[in-house]
Design a protein around this ligand. Structure first.
Ligand code: CA
Ligand code: CA
Ligand code: CA
Ligand code: CA
Ligand code: CA
Ligand code: CA
Length: 388
């Protein structure tokens, strides 16, 4: 009888756990995710907040860039793309603040200290698949609004379909003439990467062609490390390449993450860098095919340290099929005192209801603390891309 009671209790517990699981997962198979994480040694984290859903149905949310508000870090914003119609600005609670319907904006990046019209501005750049251009805005640092920059020449990549995007500022170039240049780098679905030097032309933005680098198949994720001069390129079905971000740095490509060797699965999507003092930090990549995020050291070895997944919890669903990601190490007020990691979610559930896609915000400490050993938490180092 005792044995039967134990079994009955166990069966009941399992039933209760699985039904709780299905409620909190909101339609996603969280049990399967947890089993997969365990099997592969992936870490599990939960989101602290999520943004409002984008306006467009189906595959629409894609990439993000975080604007760090120096005067009031808690009032920093998330600039997200709705690849059906434009850009959306959210606060750190995920509430929509501004919406710009300017075309099929795919990927977005941000950078401070661009000398423009006699000012040092915070510039936002994004690929526009409607016009096949790169569009640029200035962040209004009082309100967080975006103001389109006047151009002295259209910045139109020669690729048929402009897709990925990153800024790069060459603060560590080996020769003085290469130093402190400001670049926009885009890549097309045909693997054609194009790099422009950006400059101020009497209050208008001017772009001068710097180089073209070709990759064999479709690429999207791009991120440049201002301090090391490394540029990482995600070739979706192949892995992550490292090349010099300097136009004069040569075209030598090193495959630092190979989908055939690591627990990363196509498509390789968003790439971002966590900056810490003294060259420390990480390269993070969205491994879309297995709903996880891979972490590599930022140093020259780019050693793979492990992967994590975002599972449901606290009323917020987990992520799957992620496109863009971004991370910022800095303290962002009471909700994110140790920085934030943001990921697009391919299937955004509220309870059992499938909503339009959105972005999930995870406390960096939640991620760092899961790894064995812990990842670095450096909430005071100012990365070049946010330093005023
Ligand atoms: Ca997608
Ligand atoms: Ca981005
Ligand atoms: Ca893609
Ligand atoms: Ca989800
Ligand atoms: Ca994408
Ligand atoms: Ca949700």
């Amino acid at each position: 009888m005792k044995g039967f009671q134990t079994i009955a209790f166990l069966v009941l517990s399992v039933l209760m756990l699985s039904s709780c699981g299905s409620i909190s997962t909101g339609g996603e198979d969280e049990k399967e995710k947890k089993a997969f994480a365990e099997e592969n040694g992936f870490y599990l984290v939960e989101a602290e907040a999520e943004t409002a859903p984008v306006e467009s149905p189906e595959d629409a949310a894609d990439d993000i860039a975080i604007w760090y508000n120096t005067k009031n870090p808690e009032a920093s914003t998330i600039i997200g793309t709705n690849k059906q119609q434009g850009l959306v600005v959210y606060n750190l609670d995920g509430k929509e603040m501004y919406n710009y319907q300017v075309g099929k904006i795919n990927n977005v990046d941000i950078h401070t200290k661009f000398n423009f019209g006699g000012d040092s501005i915070t510039i936002v750049g994004a690929t526009n698949r409607t016009l096949n251009t790169i569009n640029f805005w200035k962040v209004n640092t009082e309100s967080g609004e975006l103001e389109e920059l006047p151009l002295s020449n259209a910045i139109s990549p020669k690729t048929q379909d402009v897709y990925g995007f990153t800024f790069y500022r060459s603060i560590t170039a080996p020769r003085p003439e290469f130093k402190n240049k400001f670049y926009a780098i885009s890549i097309g679905t045909d693997g054609r990467m194009e790099q422009w030097e950006l400059m101020d032309d009497g209050g208008k933005l001017k772009a001068r062609y710097a180089r073209i680098v070709k990759f064999d198949t479709q690429c999207e994720g791009l991120v440049a490390d201002d301090e090391t001069g490394n540029l990482f390129v995600g070739e979706e079905a192949v892995g992550i390449w490292k090349i010099s971000a300097l136009p004069a740095g040569g075209d030598k490509k090193e495959l630092i993450a190979d989908v055939a060797k690591l627990k990363i699965q196509p498509d390789i999507e968003g790439l971002t860098i966590y900056y810490g003092a003294g060259g420390k930090g990480y390269l993070l990549a969205s491994s879309q095919g297995n709903n996880s995020y891979a972490v590599f050291t930022r140093d020259d070895k780019n050693k793979y340290l492990g992967s994590f997944m975002i599972s449901s919890g606290g009323g917020i669903d987990g992520t799957s099929d992620t496109d863009g990601i971004d991370v910022l190490n800095l303290a962002l007020g009471s909700d994110f005192p140790d920085g934030v990691f943001i990921a697009q979610d391919g299937s955004n559930y509220d309870g059992e209801n499938l909503m339009n896609q959105n972005f999930k915000l995870v406390d960096w400490k939640e991620i760092a603390g899961q790894f064995k050993p812990w990842l670095l938490i450096d909430n005071s180092y100012m990365p070049q891309k946010v330093v005023q």
